[in-house]
Ligand binder design. Structure first.
Ligand SMILES: [Zn+2]
Length: 193
C-alpha cells in the first residue's frame, strides 16, 4: 500500500510537494498515468477511482457514479485553481463547481496531545478522501506552500508540479518537456516570420 500522502512520480525530476500536500498533487495528476501509459486517466471509470483510493488506504465504501462525478469535479476544480497559481487563465466554471461541492464534503481535524492539528479523513471512501484533499489544501494555504503547487500550461499537459524556485517563478512542469516544446515553437514562428 502507498502512503496516503505520497506525491507519486514527478515530471522533469522535480521534487514532490512537501508532506501531506503530496496527496493533492497526486490526486490532480491522476489525469495522466506517468508510470504505465502516458495518456491514460487513472480515474476514467469509477473502478479506477476505487483502486486509487484502496492503494492509499482511503477506500472502504463503494464508489458510486455520484462519488465518481464529485471526484472528477473536485480534481478539475483544483486543476483550475492551480492553473491560476501559475498566473494563467483558469476555468472559472470548474472553480465554481468545486466551490459548490466543497461545503458538502466531510472533513475532520485531529488534535494531538501536543495541541497540534492534523487533517484526517472524516469517513472512509471517496467523499471522505475528497474532504481530506480539501482539508490538506487548507493546511497548505496556512503553511504558505499552497501557491507553489501549480499546473503546467503546456499543451496537453495540465501536470501539477511543486515550484521550489526561490521567488516561485516556475512555469513549466519540466523545461525539457513543456518549456522546451513551447520555446521551440516560438523559435520556429519567429524564424518563419
Ligand atoms: Zn507540462
Amino acid at each position: 500500500m502507498t502512503d496516503p500522502y505520497e506525491a507519486g512520480p514527478q515530471s522533469g525530476g522535480r521534487p514532490p510537494a512537501p508532506g501531506r500536500l503530496g496527496l493533492v498533487q497526486a490526486f490532480v495528476n491522476t489525469h495522466f498515468d506517468l508510470v504505465h501509459d502516458h495518456g491514460a486517466d487513472l480515474l476514467a471509470a469509477p473502478a479506477g477511482l476505487a483502486g486509487w483510493l484502496e492503494e492509499r488506504g482511503l477506500g472502504g465504501r463503494p464508489v458510486t457514479r455520484a462519488v465518481h462525478g464529485r471526484a472528477l469535479a473536485v480534481r478539475e476544480g483544483l486543476r483550475a485553481v492551480l492553473t491560476h497559481h501559475n498566473g494563467s487563465d483558469a476555468d472559472s466554471e470548474a472553480i465554481a463547481a468545486l466551490s459548490v461541492l466543497s461545503g458538502g464534503l466531510p472533513a475532520a481535524v485531529h488534535v494531538g496531545a501536543d495541541g497540534r492539528t492534523v487533517p484526517v479523513p472524516a469517513q472512509s471512501g471517496g467523499d471522505g478522501a475528497l474532504g481530506l484533499v480539501l482539508a490538506v489544501a487548507h493546511e497548505a494555504q496556512a503553511a504558505g506552500t499552497w501557491k507553489r503547487l501549480k499546473v503546467c500550461p503546456g499543451p496537453h499537459c495540465g501536470w501539477a508540479f511543486y515550484d521550489t524556485s526561490r521567488n516561485a517563478s516556475g512555469t513549466w512542469c519540466s523545461m525539457q518537456v513543456c518549456g522546451g516544446r513551447v520555446k521551440a515553437r516560438a523559435y520556429r514562428t519567429r524564424s518563419r516570420a
